[in-house]
Write a protein that binds this ligand. Structure first.
Ligand SMILES: [Zn+2]
Length: 264
């Protein structure tokens, strides 16, 4: 694909060489051939995991398609391409987004996650299928799902970042966090329970342990994934639709009041 993508854009400066190099501290490099400026070379780090190498190649194709008419060289290190965009428009974030869209096409992913409940087990299967990292797959699922879903990344016991699906955003699901103070997992959650390392299919917990603005009685399904290789814990929260009236009815045993419209 890298060698042919110039054809889609009517360009006459193709990528002609793709090769691996044993580097430290750099993931990928896209440059013009020093001897022929009509050619591009794409180099990737063979010391990285296969998933990382694949993502890097897609990222460099992104630079070629999106940015190579303004810049002659792209040197991409782990710090710049590992992180997901935080909203700033910059070329590294754009190349990451390109790679994510290319490797995990929305329609295809959607067809997989609509049929089955979202769990870390499913995400792990999808990551393997698309040849991407587990974390990249989590982020993509959150972007695509129509469920209320939140993904949290803990690094050395502290929250590093979190992201939420569109419907979680619409319903204002919000984790209170502070830029000044490192955040630890909230007491009572699976994330805070050091005796549980993996919970791939989830456990029901009170939603207000995570979200201060959750409705009384609302529950969510919390999943936990602890990395074997680094100090990293991932949390995935799926918040089912909740109707406080049905909860009330359930508790009081009064059933649905006649004439009350059903919640959507
Ligand atoms: Zn880059």
């Amino acid at each position: 694909m890298a060698k042919n993508c110039h054809l889609n854009y009517g360009r006459n400066d193709p990528i002609t060489r793709i090769h691996g190099a044993a580097w430290k501290g750099i993931d990928g490099f896209l440059q013009r051939n020093p001897d022929n400026s009509r050619e591009w070379w794409l180099t990737y780090n063979i010391n990285a995991t296969p998933e990382r190498q694949r993502f890097t190649k897609a990222h460099e194709i992104g630079h070629y398609i999106l940015h190579s008419q303004k810049q002659d060289e792209f040197r991409c290190g782990p710090g710049v391409i590992l992180e997901k965009d935080t909203g700033d428009t910059n070329i590294e974030a754009q190349a990451n987004q390109f790679a994510s869209y290319l490797l995990m096409p929305a329609n295809h992913v959607r067809s997989r996650i609509e049929k089955t409940p979202i769990t870390f087990t499913l995400i792990s299967e999808l990551a393997e299928f698309y040849g991407v990292s587990f974390e990249a797959m989590c982020i993509r699922v959150i972007e695509i799902t129509s469920e209320r879903a939140v993904f949290v990344y803990w690094d050395n016991g502290m929250m590093r970042r979190w992201s939420r699906s569109e419907s979680a955003k619409r319903q204002r699901l919000w984790i209170e966090s502070s830029l000044d103070e490192p955040m630890k997992p909230f007491p009572g959650t699976l994330a805070a329970n050091s005796s549980v390392r993996q919970c791939s299919d989830g456990e029901m917990v009170q939603a207000n342990l995570w979200f201060k603005n959750a409705t009384e009685g609302e529950m969510l399904r919390e999943m936990k994934h602890t990395s074997d290789t680094f100090e990293r814990v991932l949390s995935l929260l799926i918040v089912p639709e909740f109707d406080p009236r049905s909860r009330h009815d359930l508790l009081s045993g009064s059933g649905v009041v006649p004439g009350t419209p059903n919640a959507p």
